[in-house]
Ligand binder design. Structure first.
Ligand SMILES: *Cc1c(COP(=O)(O)O)cnc(C)c1O
Length: 370
């Protein structure tokens, strides 16, 4: 008889509260029969998030993508937006679906966020905004982006989907730029099953962004904007309230797993790990490794892991500017570092209760092949 296969290891596994904790949290929804449209749970989560992220303005959404799309819409931009192709396709779609033209800037070798040394040369008289991405929870070069945005009078909207709870020299990531978007998708460090939020400085945006997630409705008999529906419901909010309670503990467990990976994989020829950024308190959202050896080695290792029931992720691959819907409009050769990294990166399984034994097993398979 063959040995039974070990249980498959997915790249991630959603954090969940104890069953009883969630049931307790949703109990009063049965009494109120208020299921969505900014009810008690929604308000409670919003307040807790404002505190956790240390910001005044936070608005919840049904998902991160619509949060980003609405944030961009709220600023009423026209023209070109500088962004990167090394991201989830949502970032690019949110720009294009607002009638704006993305201009792709390359990424930095060190942390895979937008290369601010190359950013300025892409600015034209049509540039209206920058949409940088805090990739894997690595924080963009905030200071340079701020300086450039001020100099050219550009808006900055961060895709902070990967960076929930991260701080830089004690300052929360939600306070950077004009607006930041967070995703609370089930696969993210903090989640509400599906969900998202925007945070922003200018409190006069509150009414508008709230309207943009609710058909543009601004009063009982008034609709001032043409918008869709992106409201977070009460069950999502309740999941968020529970998960937020347990979050620091979850992040701490992730930290231990990342430390184990680093211990096993650092200093190995052909493997590059991202150096932790100075002053940054990470959320340990992802564990990317980049293979610097022979061509196609990433794909080879991906397949070997898969054969053992271990599912890593080619993330981000392909680049967003090479997808079918964008392929003939943009040139992936103009972002060579993004291209190089996307062809060689693998994010390894990472979640709070991943076992050290499994981490070791994954590392052994990799070390034996590089
Ligand atoms: C997850 C993610 C999004 C989209 O968020 P959803 O909540 O899934 O809609 C956008 N950008 C990045 C970088 C993401 O990882």
């Amino acid at each position: 008889m063959e040995k039974p296969m070990k249980k498959p290891i997915q790249v991630t596994k959603s954090s969940m509260p104890e069953f009883e904790e969630y049931i307790h949290e949703i109990k009063d929804i049965w009494d109120s029969r208020w299921l969505t449209n900014m009810g008690v749970k929604h308000r409670k989560l919003q307040e807790k998030l404002a505190k956790y992220l240390n910001v005044e303005n936070v608005i919840l959404f049904s998902n991160g993508h619509l949060a980003l799309e609405s944030a961009i819409a709220a600023l009423e931009l026209k023209g070109e937006v500088i962004t990167t192709p090394f991201t989830f396709v949502s970032t690019t779609h949110a720009i294009v679906r607002n009638g704006l033209r993305p201009v792709f800037c390359d990424i930095s070798q060190a942390d895979y966020t937008i290369d601010t040394d190359k950013l300025e040369s892409l600015i034209t008289e049509n540039t209206c905004a920058i949409v940088p991405v805090h990739v894997y929870g690595n924080i963009c070069n905030i200071k340079d982006i701020d300086r450039i945005a001020k100099k050219y009078n550009l808006k900055v909207i961060y895709d902070a989907a990967h960076a929930f709870g991260v701080t830089v020299e004690g300052q929360g990531v939600a306070s950077f730029g004009d607006i930041s978007m967070f995703s609370f998708h089930a696969t993210k460090v903090f989640h509400t099953i599906e969900g998202g939020a925007v945070t922003f400085k200018d409190k006069t945006l509150n009414e508008k962004i709230n309207a943009l997630k609710n058909f543009g409705i601004t009063g009982a008999e008034s609709v001032e904007y043409i918008a869709g529906n992106a409201k977070m419901n009460e069950f999502q909010a309740a999941m968020g309230i529970c998960n937020l309670r347990n979050l620091d503990n979850e992040i701490n467990k992730r930290r231990l797993i990342v430390e184990r990976y680093r211990e096993r994989l650092h200093g190995i020829d052909g493997i590059k790990l991202v150096q932790p950024q100075a002053g940054v308190n990470s959320n340990y959202a992802y564990f990317p490794i980049v293979f610097s050896g022979r061509a196609l080695i990433r794909d080879d290792i991906f397949d070997r892991l898969k054969a053992q029931g271990i599912f890593a992720r080619k993330y981000f691959y392909p680049l967003t500017n090479t997808f079918e819907c964008y392929r003939y409009q943009y040139d992936a050769e103009s972002t060579p570092i993004a291209r190089y990294i996307s062809e060689r990166v693998l994010t390894l399984p990472l979640y709070a209760d991943l076992e050290f034994d499994d981490v070791d097993r994954i590392c052994n398979i990799i070390i034996n092949r590089v």
